[in-house]
Design a protein around this ligand. Structure first.
Ligand SMILES: CC(=O)N[C@H]1[C@@H](OP(=O)(O)OP(=O)(O)OC[C@H]2O[C@@H](n3ccc(=O)[nH]c3=O)[C@H](O)[C@@H]2O)O[C@H](CO)[C@@H](O)[C@@H]1O
Length: 347
């Protein structure tokens, strides 16, 4: 693993393997050196469980391929587990295959159908699919995508998405908490904004931030925007005066999901935040043209709007004014995906 979302989605798998008495070690490629350690800390996974690459940054994963192969030779594990669609996941899968080990893919089978969006994730996850022995699909739709690509049925497991397990670990009483959610009326409507997709870089990000700035001009709206480290000052300038928008550094995972659970609206281009908003029953505006997670957009309070500022603003105003909250989505599983995965891998 190398990024924050991989740490969040693999932490439950690591904990489930340990709970079954299996030895498991984490290799951190160094792709998100500022975000990954804090995500693992949210699950109380100690630093001693992690082998860290000496490289840092987006090009670290492929540079670390020889180091990963050395590590695999030294520890001789029974297999390599990778998650999702990052360069780190691809490098880990390649290191496993080159070392003659079976590779197991968590969150397998997501497809947007457009190789350029999200870029480069769509072709990375399809490539990992070619390298993997076991495919742990988060939803039946993802399982069907894999079957359509010719993967044998006995290698596809509809396990559920480990993001539900992560939320269960971090917010144990979330349903109860949600019903007694404090009213936002005193402080107005709370909007959580995240923007980081590579295909939105530049003009797309400026358009999304401009729409959020316009929305925040409403007196009853307060936007919290944890800016991704890759956001440029030129993009941030689209916030204008910044009235009503709180720009903050990345928020620790436990605090972030509590904020999302309380929010009246999430505006995002993130994969994980789409899923979490659906699971937590928070209205969602997805600022992308296509999604590999259509399950998150079911229902009337989630919409795919692209990066057109007028479309973002219109959807945001509609959701905030009607004040309805969607039901908690069960589309991503029951929160026991990690244990299913661990059971299959330790059988
Ligand atoms: C669009 C896309 O292809 N995204 C991929 C990307 O994730 P993704 O787009 O989800 O990546 P993000 O960087 O948005 O990370 C989202 C995660 O970070 C958390 N968060 C966010 C903001 C913050 O301040 N604090 C915080 O903890 C969110 O709760 C969420 O769980 O890599 C994942 C892991 O390989 C894949 O599963 C996704 O498919």
């Amino acid at each position: 693993m190398g990024t924050r979302p991989e740490a969040i989605k693999l932490a439950p798998v690591y904990l489930a393997l340990r709970a079954r008495g299996a030895g498991a070690r984490i290799y951190d490629t160094g792709q998100h050196p500022d975000l990954l350690p804090s995500a693992l800390a949210a699950f109380a996974i100690p630093d001693t469980a992690v082998q860290r690459s000496p490289q840092r940054g987006v090009s670290a994963p492929l540079k670390m391929l020889p180091d990963m192969q050395r590590m695999l030779r030294a520890h001789a594990p029974g297999g390599v587990i990778v998650q999702g669609d990052t360069a780190s996941a691809f490098a880990g899968a390649l290191a496993g295959v080159l070392s003659g080990l079976p590779v197991h893919h968590v969150e397998a089978g997501l497809r947007s159908g457009d190789w350029l969006s999200p870029f480069p994730e769509e072709f990375i996850r399809a490539g990992i699919g070619r390298l993997s022995a076991q495919h742990f699909a988060p939803t039946p739709l993802a399982g069907r995508n894999l079957a359509a690509e010719g993967i044998a049925a006995d290698r596809i497991h509809i396990a559920g998405n480990t993001i539900v397990d992560a939320l269960r670990l971090i917010l144990p009483g979330r349903n109860q908490r949600k019903r007694t959610r404090p009213s936002q009326s005193a402080g107005g409507k709370l909007v959580v904004l995240t923007v980081h997709r590579r295909e939105s870089e530049g003009a797309g990000t400026r358009a999304i931030l401009g729409a959020a700035a316009e929305l925040a001009r409403r007196r009853d709206v307060h936007v919290i925007y944890p800016a991704h480290p890759r956001t440029t000052t030129d993009e941030l300038a689209a916030l204008g005066s910044g009235h009503g928008i709180e720009v903050v550094p990345p928020i620790p995972y436990a605090d972030f999901v509590q904020l999302l659970a309380r929010a009246d609206l999430a505006i995002t281009d993130s994969g994980g935040v789409q899923e979490e908003a659906a699971i937590l029953g928070t209205p969602l505006i997805c600022c992308r043209n296509v999604t590999e997670r259509p399950e998150a957009l079911a229902g009337t309070h989630a919409r795919l709007v692209g990066t057109d500022p007028e479309a973002i603003l219109a959807a945001a105003e509609q959701f905030l004014d009607d004040g309805q909250r969607p039901a908690f989505s069960a589309a991503f599983g029951d929160g026991h995906a990690a244990d299913r995965i661990a059971a299959i891998l330790t059988a």
